[in-house]
Design a protein around this ligand. Structure first.
Ligand SMILES: Cc1ncc(COP(=O)(O)O)c(C=O)c1O
Length: 348
């Protein structure tokens, strides 16, 4: 494989091609898919753009939950779709009635993520897709399954979508690689044209090391899933500890019991998330805030805003994402450090 261009016919080229095809089989197996329907991309953002640009024409009606990843909205805007955002409730859950109310009969695309990346809410995509298709028979359903892969079982047939997007770095593969699964029969115009790679769906020499890494990580997906019981127990230990130590100042976002097992989204009332984030970072603890840092100003998370929080409260959002590498000591470190940091921030 070393250095070979997978489009070359010499031996290193053939080895690179074989490595890509082996990885395709591994990714397909992990998703319950046929390998002919997997297209490798540079990540989920590109896969989402490929899916959207591949089917949406200017003026087409598109429906998306209000808490989709910004890449979905960016791709829809770029394609010229008329996007209707389906509101969510205070836990980021989506009512089928709300989806139907926002789905016109001529909708071309319905975008529904499987798991929300900031708060961990899970969506019953198969049931929602079925309802949407009854309303809009020509609609294709796009599922961003990035956060769900490796945390809850994922099978493209059971998911009921037409286009499914995953990303490597969420399952331990190197960053910068992802994949799009396309239901057989879905015609997709390429986003990057000008070469025969990926069956003409994605021109350009493939990222062979990234794709091989994605294949290896996909083949270990069962182990990642098996670790989720342990990870959920750690998450629940964190949750109980925060509640004990911070009392009413600790407020949860979303529904940890019904959501992703590794995610705890919360706020400490009155304390901006970025203040705690920076202080925890100095203690060696890496948490996320729901906020995006745009042009120097901390913007409140659109996801928390969509859940009904005002700007100031949304700026308090924090998220702990646990992974296979998380240990009990890490949880204790947060529980030891956070109350003092909160006190300091409240006093400031
Ligand atoms: C739900 C979701 N969709 C899409 C993306 C974009 O993925 P990528 O960084 O592979 O482009 C992310 C990023 O982590 C995500 O969480």
């Amino acid at each position: 494989m070393r250095g070979g261009n997978p489009s070359s016919v010499h031996a290193p080229g053939r080895a690179a091609r074989a490595a890509i095809e082996a990885a395709r089989a591994q990714v397909a197996a992990a998703l319950g898919a046929d390998r002919r329907h997997i297209t490798f991309t540079s990540g989920a953002t590109e896969a989402l753009h490929l899916a959207v640009a591949g089917v949406v024409r200017p003026g087409d009606a598109v429906v998306a939950s209000a808490v989709e990843h910004p890449a979905v909205f960016g791709a829809c805007e770029r394609a010229g779709g008329r996007v209707g955002r389906v509101p969510v409730d205070g836990q980021a859950a989506l009512e089928p009635a709300a989806l139907l109310a926002h789905t016109p009969e001529d909708a071309r695309l319905v975008a529904l993520m499987r798991a929300q990346n900031e708060v961990g809410t899970l969506y019953p995509v198969a049931a929602l897709a079925e309802a949407a298709r009854r309303r809009a028979p020509n609609a294709l359903v796009l599922c961003d399954a990035v956060q769900a892969w490796g945390k809850v079982p994922l099978d493209v047939t059971a998911l009921g979508a037409d286009l499914v997007v995953v990303s490597g770095h969420k399952i331990g593969a190197p960053p910068g690689v992802g994949a799009l699964w396309t239901r057989p029969g879905v015609a997709l115009a390429p986003l990057l044209a000008g070469g025969p790679q990926e069956r003409g769906r994605r021109a350009g020499t493939e990222n062979v090391p990234g794709i091989v890494g994605l294949g290896v990580a996909a083949s270990a997906i069962g182990q990642r899933l098996a670790a989720m019981d342990r990870i959920r127990a750690l998450r629940d230990r964190l949750r109980a500890g925060l509640r004990d130590r911070l009392g009413r100042a600790y407020v949860e976002h979303g529904d940890p019991d019904g959501g992703l097992p590794n995610t705890l989204a919360f706020r400490i009332a009155g304390v901006p998330g970025d203040v705690l984030l920076a202080a925890l970072d100095l203690e060696g603890v890496a948490l996320s805030s729901g906020s995006a840092c745009a042009s120097g100003a901390v913007e409140p998370s659109p996801v928390l805003r969509a859940m009904g929080l005002d700007d100031e409260t949304a700026r308090q959002g924090l998220r702990a994402s646990l992974g296979p590498e998380t240990r009990a000591e890490d949880i204790e470190r947060v529980l030891t450090a956070l109350p003092a940091l909160v006190q300091r921030a409240q006093a400031a």
